[in-house]
Design a protein around this ligand. Structure first.
Ligand code: DGL
Length: 267
C-alpha cells in the first residue's frame, strides 16, 4: 500500500479535532483528512439505528480519499457502530477511541475502580465497561453521562462558572465512588479537562482517549510498515457537512492555531 495515503479521521462534529491534534503530535509526517458531521451533531442523544446510519455515511465520505487507516474519533460511534465502519472500509485498519481509552485506563488503575464519563448513548451502551472488563474482569466501572459538557465545550466556556457548576452536578456522585482513574469518554471533554480535573479532585488519573488512540495508531502503522517516510509536515484536509465558517472559531479553540481551508460536503 502507498504509505503516503492519508489517515482518515471522523467525528460527529468538531470535537474530533482533539484526536487530530493528538495524531499530529504523535505522527507529525502523516497526511490527515478529517470529516466533522457538523450538520447532524450531536450523535450522543440519538438512537443506535441513526448513529449506525451516520457512521456508514461518514465512512463513505472518508473512503473517497483512499485512506490507509480510519480513526473513529467519536466515542459514540466507537461504542455503537465500530463494526459498521469496519464493514464499510474494506480491509484497511480501523481503530476507535473507545478501545484505546479502555486499554490505557486498565494499565493505569491501581485500585481497580475506573470512572467513565461520556454521552448518553455511550454510557447507555455500556461499551466502555465491556471493553474494560474484557481486559480485566475484576475492575469495577462507574459510568456517568454528562451531555451538557458538549455544548459547553462548543461554546468555549472552558473555565466559566456555569461549567464548574455543571461539573459539580455531574461528578459529585462519581467522586464518592473511590475511583483512581477517570476516562474522558467523549471527544469534547479534553477541552474542559481543567475544570473536570479540579472538580474530581487530586490523585485521580485522567485518561484522554485522544492521546490513547494516537499512541495505538502509531504502533499499528509502524508494525504494518505503513508509516509515511516523508519528513514533511502536512496541513490537515478538513471537511464538514455544514457551517464551515463556524468551524474556524472552534478550530482555533480546539487546535490553538490558524485554520486551514475547510470543504463543505453533502451527507
Ligand atoms: N463526538 C461525540 C462523542 O465523542 C460527542 C458529541 C456528540 O454527541 O455527537 O461521543
Amino acid at each position: 500500500m502507498n504509505t503516503e495515503r492519508p489517515i482518515g479521521i471522523f467525528d460527529s462534529g468538531i470535537g474530533g479535532l482533539t484526536v487530530v491534534k493528538a495524531i499530529q503530535a504523535a505522527l507529525p509526517f502523516e497526511r490527515i483528512v478529517y470529516f466533522g458531521d457538523t450538520a447532524r451533531v450531536p450523535y450522543g442523544p440519538k438512537s443506535q439505528i441513526t448513529i449506525r446510519k451516520y457512521a456508514a455515511d461518514d465512512t463513505a465520505i472518508l473512503m473517497r480519499y483512499q485512506p490507509k487507516m480510519i480513526i473513529v474519533a467519536c466515542n459514540t460511534v466507537s461504542a455503537l457502530a465500530l463494526d459498521v465502519v469496519e464493514k464499510s472500509s474494506g480491509n484497511i485498519p480501523v481503530i476507535g477511541v473507545l478501545k484505546s481509552g479502555a486499554i490505557l485506563a486498565v494499565q493505569v488503575t491501581k485500585n481497580n475502580r475506573i470512572g467513565v464519563i461520556g454521552t448518553q448513548a455511550t454510557v447507555c451502551s455500556n461499551a466502555y465497561a465491556c471493553a474494560i472488563n474484557e481486559l480485566d474482569a475484576d475492575i469495577e466501572v462507574i459510568s456517568k453521562a454528562c451531555p451538557l459538557f458538549v455544548p459547553l465545550a462548543e461554546e468555549g466556556l472552558t473555565s466559566h462558572s456555569a461549567t464548574r457548576l455543571i461539573a459539580e452536578h455531574y461528578l459529585t456522585e462519581i467522586r464518592q465512588q473511590h475511583i483512581d482513574t477517570l476516562v474522558l469518554g467523549c471527544t469534547h471533554y479534553p477541552i474542559l479537562r481543567q475544570v473536570i480535573e479540579e472538580t474530581i479532585g487530586n490523585g485521580i488519573s485522567i485518561i484522554d482517549s485522544a492521546e490513547a488512540v494516537a499512541i495505538r495508531a502509531r504502533a499499528l502503522l509502524s508494525d504494518s510498515g505503513l508509516l509515511n517516510r516523508s519528513q514533511k509536515a502536512f496541513i490537515p484536509h478538513l471537511l464538514v457537512s455544514d457551517l464551515p465558517q463556524k468551524f474556524s472559531v472552534l478550530y482555533q479553540l480546539f487546535m490553538g492555531s490558524e485554520q486551514p481551508d475547510v470543504d463543505l460536503v453533502e451527507v
